[in-house]
Design a protein around this ligand. Structure first.
Ligand code: AGP
Length: 599
């Protein structure tokens, strides 16, 4: 969703801000802008549309100065117009904002009565006017006072003409990182924006205010008390957040999965054996997450039931937080989120914690809000994921949950040591098998060429394959905009089979021998009604699958528990090549954002 950048140093700010905003484009946005201070004079350029438009604007009318802030906006309050784009100004102040000011209407009324003139429909403008009204020559104090009046979530960056050598920023519930350079400081809502300049970052905590000067940064709490800060060194490099010769980040990230799986395995399973991933020995493990991360939770539910023998459920975070909870004394709730900043998931985690449940986080983002809210945090080692569609983060989520289930199964006595060792050695061999699938995408590309005008597709599966079908369907629809549905294979005949018509593609995902015949018989039911059927399965099922399906796509044989990780690769490639064939904006699908920070 919205993105923030900031710079103060000896270089011209404009280019650094524009480059930083480009590196945040993947978050999703519909307008952009920058404010640069030249001496004690603020200049603002902003417009609806892409950064390319903003670049054109700044080429025609450049901003000079070595201190500035920038923003990409994903419209929530007011349409994506030039006027609603950030920065917003009030008096001698310019502000950019991520998050939502929930009491903006009351503030707007009050400030209008005081004589402030609003020009936009945004909630952010209320924050700009409030700061301007509170400012009496000390911005740190004004921000602290404003914090007492602002409700909702925010990351704010502020420039003030009266203090021409400082950037102020503050966060509550929306991430902000400060990048520390030599004689220069950077600010961003997301680490990739500042990776080309520095890997030393300070992650701000909620209710902290940072004051950035060329010479350094000072961090204060809401009472104005300074906090000792030590930069943390990020181990991602800038190249990891670049396309590296691939047409799109999504394709690059799909191809990075063997390495991501290898990296995650090495992080949790060294020469000394498998690490403990969850605290204690939980008797029940529930998952809360959204979208793709929820689908990883659905797979996790299966692993914990099968391998650790414990009760387990996956919940959609936005539903969980409003449902009546029945906490179990031995329960752990694991919140799964690539970004660690998804508002629905954070809210659900807070509900679980308030109900007295032990919490854990599974995230790809070190220092994210989720990892700090939960009692314990597990990381996926996928590296930065830039495409909006989650691929490598998802695969490593599923992998980490598999490892956590193996670990718990060993510790609670449900899983024999030999079976655990068998699974771990099969996992070690998995990256090579993944490479085999990825090296041969041509048949999928050709399939997409033939089917790009299809109006509807179905994905079916049973057990863990239903979770995979859900993810295959979401991936395809989010990047290609093709209408598709996922069903538990046995459920289709209870209504939705009415949609099956001549030539509608139905994909059956089959990784489990015990469910193969049943799922294939459901596939036959659709074929009898005109569907074109595809079975996606391991090589060892190919002959059997060929008796019922029109087309069979195979992946190398592997342990049944690991097959879901392999089977998702052709499904991700299907989504990618379909989107590419249809000429979609693959990495930044319409209406979507990488990290969804509103509820
Ligand atoms: C993934 O492809 C989707 N864009 C989306 O469903 C995503 O998984 C969801 O918004 C949750 O994001 P998170 O993992 O950052 O919490």
């Amino acid at each position: 969703m919205c993105g923030i950048v900031g710079y103060i140093g000896a270089r011209q700010a404009q280019d650094i801000l524009l480059n930083g905003l480009e590196r945040l484009e993947y978050r999703g946005y519909d307008s952009a802008g920058i404010a640069v201070m030249d001496g004690a004079k603020l200049g603002v350029r902003k417009c609806a549309g892409r950064i390319a438009e903003l670049r054109r604007l700044t080429e025609n009318s450049p901003l000079s100065g070595c201190i500035g802030i920038g923003h990409t906006r994903w419209a929530t309050h007011g349409e994506p117009t030039d006027v609603n784009a950030h920065p917003h100004t009030a008096g001698r102040i310019a502000v950019v904002h991520n998050g939502i000011i929930e009491n903006h209407a009351a503030l707007r009324r009050h400030l209008t009565e005081m004589g402030c003139r609003f020009v936009s429909q945004t909630d952010t403008e209320a924050a700009a006017h409030l700061l301007n009204a509170l400012y009496r020559g000390d911005m740190l104090l004004a921000i602290r006072q404003a914090m007492g009046q602002l409700e909702g979530s925010y990351a704010l960056a502020v420039l003030c003409e009266n203090e021409p050598d400082v950037i102020y920023c503050v966060r509550l519930g929306s991430p902000l990182v400060v990048g520390v350079g030599e004689g220069e400081m950077f600010l961003a809502s997301d680490i990739p924006a500042i990776l080309p300049y520095t890997r030393d970052v300070i992650i701000l905590e909620d209710r902290e205010i940072a004051v950035l000067r060329r010479s350094g940064v000072r961090v204060y709490d809401a009472q104005g008390k300074p906090r000792e800060v030590k930069p943390y060194s990020v181990d991602w490099d800038a190249a990891a957040a670049e396309k590296g010769g691939y047409a799109h980040f999504m394709l690059k990230e799909i191809n990075e999965q063997p390495r991501a799986v290898q990296g995650t395995l090495s992080a949790y399973c060294g020469s000394e054996g498998l690490h403990s991933l969850l605290d204690g020995v939980p008797e029940r493990v529930d998952f809360i997450a959204c979208g793709t991360a929820y689908h990883a939770g659905m797979a996790g539910r299966h692993y914990f039931r099968e391998l650790a023998g414990v009760e387990s459920e996956a919940h959609i975070a936005s539903e969980y937080r409003y449902s009546r909870l029945f906490p179990h004394p031995g329960e752990t709730v694991v919140a799964i989120s690539q970004s660690g900043e998804t508002a629905d998931t954070l809210a659900a985690l807070r509900s679980a914690a308030e109900a007295g449940v032990r919490t854990a986080a599974l995230t790809n983002t070190v220092g994210s809000t989720l990892s700090r809210l939960a009692r314990a945090a597990m990381l996926t080692y996928a590296g930065p994921e830039i495409a909006v569609a989650s691929t490598k983060a998802y695969i490593t989520q599923v992998e980490t949950l598999l490892l956590a289930a193996i670990d718990l199964g060993l510790r609670n006595g449900n899983l024999a040591a030999e079976r655990a060792e068998g699974l771990l050695s099969a996992l070690r061999a998995l990256p090579e098998k993944m490479e085999t699938v990825l090296q041969n995408p041509q048949f999928i590309q050709q399939y997409c060429g033939r089917h790009m005008n299809t109006r509807l597709m179905f994905f079916i599966g049973r057990g863990i394959d239903y979770a995979m079908a859900m993810e295959a369907s979401l991936k395809l629809k989010e990047v290609s905009y093709l209408a598709c549905e996922a069903y538990a294979a046995g459920e289709l005949k209870h209504g939705s089979i009415a949609l099956i018509d001549e030539g509608i593609p139905v994909f059956a995902i089959c990784t489990k021998e015990s469910l193969l015949d049943k799922t294939l018989s459901n596939l036959r039911e659709t074929k009898a009604r005109g569907a074109e059927t595809v079975c996606v399965c391991p090589e060892r099922f190919a002959v059997r699958a060929g008796q019922d399906a029109d087309i069979v796509w195979t992946v190398p044989d592997a342990d049944e528990m690991l097959l879901p990780l392999l089977i998702m690769l052709p499904m991700q490639l299907l989504a990618y090549y379909m989107a590419a064939a249809k000429g979609r904006d693959v990495d930044k699908p319409r209406n979507l954002a990488k990290s969804v920070t509103v509820e």
